[in-house]
Design a binder for this molecule. Structure first.
Ligand code: MN
Length: 503
């Protein structure tokens, strides 16, 4: 939520700060254009309509996104709700903006109800992701404001929109590494989907925050002082409160007991560069004893969604357990805004990202294009939906090839999944695996950090259909099935005369 008043001048000031060469006059023109087009339309809340596109654009400016995306945010409801045509927008603001606006209108129009609606919605989001990720990000910014003003809608709509945000928008935001956006979407939707649970979790959170407030202020002060004493320069030291929905999910894992959760508030240390991250970790460990096995180096080994930071949990003053997260400012920006952060630093990357060639850790966005091609008809999409969802939404692990290349897979993937991801032929001919130098069966669930080597037998004819029982990725399943199908087809043609087949 933004604390500034929503005005076009406020928006322009935000953009000017992160993009000094932005054409502010053009952004103002887009605002005036939208304001005129929406005329005296009102939102269900009674507010003038223009507040909505303005807030959408402000959400985008918070992610420090380039001018054209902000402009598309301002114009995103113009063609749908007004008489202005896309042609006209193209004339005034260029083809790039017009294409984004057209994309938003397209992804927003869902014809169906119930399960059908869900499928249609997910399919459109995936299609849009594959075509232009920026459109999905504008959709997030739009949805955030819709959720924040959901109170004005009728209860049935509230529930539907909130549920859709939890089931479709937030998981996609998460996979795009947009931690802050995912958290905001979830928290805003949570209260409408599970109102009782929301209240329960919020109460627990508030009680914990009140109890810990003074203690953490003291720890923050001591952290700053300890860093100062060693002469280590830092940009910021602050406390971050865990997003409510994410706390709620953790509570469910802990039998609803808050006592075992140590990161309701974590302490963030932002420093200038990577060397200082490790130096700061040393300083903190010199002051407080770290818990064994709780030091995580996501700088050397980033999470599959690109997240980078050092995490450690220490016994603080009086033996209380506190989590620290240490990172540079660039890592911080990337952790909050994910794929969007890749563009904000370098305008040229926008073009590359549109081609889905840029942004490490986001190869799956490009893979989506392939999935779209493969599964073009709706009936088949329905059948494959679960598999696509596992590929895209399930928590990811990363494992290593013997050469040290990182391979990113859904949780519980097996050596067969790994083999197919590297090469179809490797999958088709695999007979065994070595995991961390020990022989392992082909159905062994892999864990993050495993080093996996595939043993092949070139004389092997093809995959074993039984593998379908344990493989996790859609990719592996498709190849195993394809092989089965083509071998059945060639068997059929070998035993049945060609003439008969043609009938
Ligand atoms: Mn809108």
């Amino acid at each position: 939520m933004t604390f500034m008043e929503a005005t076009i001048d406020g928006l322009l000031a935000m953009v000017a700060e992160y993009q000094p060469n932005a054409d502010l006059a053009k952004i103002r023109e887009a605002y005036d254009y939208a304001a005129k087009a929406h005329g005296d339309q009102k939102r269900e809340s009674g507010e003038p309509y223009i507040i909505h596109p303005l807030k959408t654009a402000i959400n985008l400016a918070e992610m420090k996104l380039p001018q054209n995306i902000v402009i598309a945010g301002l114009l995103h409801d113009v063609p749908e709700d007004t008489k202005s045509s896309l042609e006209d927008i193209k004339e005034h603001f260029g083809e790039d903006v017009a294409k984004m606006v057209a994309g938003i209108t397209k992804v927003g129009t869902i014809k169906y109800r119930g399960v059908e609606r869900y499928i249609e919605n997910l399919r459109k989001m995936f299609l849009t992701l594959a075509e232009d990720v920026r459109v999905v990000i504008i959709k997030f910014a739009d949805r955030l404001h819709n959720l924040e003003t959901l109170q004005a809608k009728e209860p049935k709509k509230q529930y539907r929109i909130a549920l859709e945000s939890l089931e479709i928008y937030a998981p996609i935001a998460n996979r795009l590494g947009m931690g802050e956006i995912k958290g905001r979407l979830e928290d805003a939707a949570f209260r409408f989907v599970l109102p009782k649970e929301y209240e329960w979790a919020e109460n627990l959170q508030q009680t914990a925050l009140t109890k810990q407030h003074d203690y953490l202020e003291n720890v923050l002060a001591q952290t700053r002082k300890t860093l100062d004493d060693t002469g280590l320069e830092y940009i910021d030291v602050h406390g971050r409160v865990k997003h409510l929905y994410s706390l709620y999910k953790k509570l469910l894992k802990h039998d609803r007991n808050i006592a075992g959760i140590h990161d309701i508030i974590a302490i963030r240390v932002i420093v200038k560069n990577i060397a200082d991250c490790y130096a700061a970790l040393g300083v903190i460990h010199g002051k407080w004893t770290p818990l064994k096995g709780r030091i995580k180096d996501y700088i050397a080994q980033p999470k599959p969604n690109g997240y980078r930071s050092l995490h450690t949990t220490v016994f603080c003053e009086g033996g209380e357990i506190v989590e620290f997260q240490i990172r540079t400012e660039e890592m911080h920006q990337a952790a909050e805004f994910g794929i969007a952060a890749h563009w904000s630093y370098d305008e040229q990357k926008v073009a590359a990202a549109k081609e889905n060639k840029e942004a490490p850790g986001f190869d799956w966005v490009a893979q989506l294009t392939e999935i779209q091609k493969e599964i073009s008809d709706r009936q088949q999409y329905l059948k494959n939906l679960e598999e696509v969802k596992i590929d895209i939404f399930k928590d990811r692990i990363f494992v290593f090839t013997p050469k040290g290349d990182v391979i990113d897979l859904p949780e519980d993937s097996t050596p067969v999944d790994f083999a197919y991801l590297i090469h179809t032929e490797l999958g088709n001919t695999c007979t065994g695996a070595r995991v961390n130098d020990e022989m392992a069966s082909l159905d062994k669930p892999l864990k993050s950090g495993d080093v996996v080597e595939i043993i092949t037998d070139k004389s092997r004819k093809g995959p074993n259909p039984d593998w379908l029982k344990f493989v996790k990725t859609r990719h592996a399943k498709t190849h195993i099935r394809q092989y089965a199908r083509s071998s059945i087809a060639s068997w059929i043609s070998s035993v049945i005369p060609k003439k008969l087949l043609k009938k």
